[in-house]
Design a protein around this ligand. Structure first.
Ligand SMILES: *Cc1c(COP(=O)(O)O)cnc(C)c1O
Length: 389
């Protein structure tokens, strides 16, 4: 029992620090979410295009998928007996859309903890944006490379670091790692400038995570890389199916040599049972649908712009240029109180506090999605205005 006391003590400390986490059971049917009988507008979902909530889509998919293709387990890794046709079909669809080789992973988390350790060695320097996702940090930690962080979105700082490491004979490769849209600030990397910078340094490989941009940006929803026409210049372009694409899994767009190398070296790919084939079939179905949702992408963008402008007019800092719209309040207790107030008024918005975000930048975070109407958004912003008086 003395061991349990040790863990209980740590949990009690977390509660005292206001950093205790627990599951809440909510029933979600977009754009609404229910907790303990209270129904709220869900402004904390990653279902940006509303596809996960779309029951008609699910019906269409099951109608199209005969029972013998509804396989619920791959029963082994793809390298053993788990390489069902559904994987190759999805990779072929994506390869065709992106114009390069594609490799699939069980989740975005597997992808980020697996690719970096497989590709880098002690002669590689990883240079990562200060605000990259926890899964990328874990991938860096699992790798044998040295690493440094550059100030968030500060390409001048990145350039200084690249100049230094390019000149260092002990370093053969530099892996620059960033996201296109960032999940805390909702801001984005200037991908064109980043690519132009990369092209000045022949040691650099560029790794960009489009978790919040796939489905949401670009003419065919292929992400910011498509939007800014730099698809071919990003050596390792990754993303997740778990957000706008209403499914589960991760993907990498890369040169066929890199794909082959990862199949031979990437541990989470080699040593984990592959996803159920039915998930692959569903992802392929959604991937096809998603490419033509240009109007939905535009509506989401204009909804987000409206939110940002009104939040700024209330005097808050809001660095967003995407569907993720923070209301940066600063102080943690005040932000928690604001979130509670918004929820009481029917808007499910969560507070983000340190250590998730830097000190004195506690914030509410609105994650907009395709099912939120301009009227609903306006009602929400009106409540925020009342709170801010
Ligand atoms: C959500 C997220 C991931 C993890 O993807 P999962 O498929 O949910 O495991 C990776 N990177 C970024 C930037 C994310 O936001």
């Amino acid at each position: 029992m003395k061991h349990l006391q040790h863990f209980q003590q740590q949990l009690d400390d977390l509660k005292l620090q206001g950093q205790y986490r627990h599951f809440k059971s909510g029933v979600s049917s977009a754009p609404l979410i229910q907790f303990n009988g209270t129904t709220m507008l869900n402004l904390s979902s990653n279902d940006y295009l509303g596809l996960a909530a779309d029951q008609a889509l699910r019906e269409e998919f099951f109608d199209l998928t005969p029972m013998h293709e509804r396989q619920m387990s791959a029963s082994s890794s793809r390298l053993l007996t788990g390489n069902f046709p559904a994987y190759e079909r999805l990779e072929a669809s994506m390869s065709q859309a992106f114009g390069r080789a594609v490799l699939l992973f069980n989740s975005g988390y597997h992808m980020n903890i697996g690719i970096l350790p497989a590709l880098v060695d002690s002669k590689t320097m990883i240079v990562a944006d200060k605000l990259v996702h926890a899964s990328i940090i874990d991938g860096i930690r699992l790798s044998t490379a040295n690493y440094v962080r550059y100030r968030h979105n500060d390409l001048a700082h990145l350039q200084q670091l690249l100049t230094k490491y390019q000149a260092d004979d002990k370093i053969e490769r530099i892996m620059v790692v960033t996201e296109s849209i960032f999940s805390m600030d909702g801001d984005e990397t200037d991908l064109r400038a980043l690519v132009a910078l990369k092209q000045q340094f022949d040691k650099v490989l560029l790794y960009v995570d489009e978790a919040h941009a796939i489905g949401v940006r670009g003419q065919h929803g292929l992400g910011c890389a498509e939007q800014y026409q730099v698809l071919a210049e990003i050596d390792l372009l990754v993303g997740t199916f778990g957000k706008a694409l209403a499914s589960v899994g991760g993907y990498l767009v890369c040169d066929p040599v890199i794909r082959e190398y990862l199949i031979n070296h990437m541990r989470p790919l080699i040593f984990s049972t592959a996803q159920p084939p039915i998930c692959m079939a569903w992802t392929d179905f959604i991937f096809q649908k998603m490419q033509s949702l240009q109007q939905e992408r535009q509506q989401l963008a204009s909804l987000a712009l409206e939110a940002k402008q009104q939040i700024e007019s209330l005097g808050y800092r809001c660095p967003s240029s995407s569907q993720i719209v923070p209301v940066i309040m600063g102080e943690a207790a005040q932000t928690v109180a604001a979130a509670e107030y918004m929820q009481q008024q029917g808007f499910y918005i969560l507070p983000l506090r340190p250590p998730t975000v830097p000190q004195n930048t506690s914030r509410l975070r609105l994650c907009l999605n395709q099912h939120v109407t301009p009227t609903q958004l306006q009602q929400c912003l009106n409540v925020l205005r009342e709170w801010s008086r």
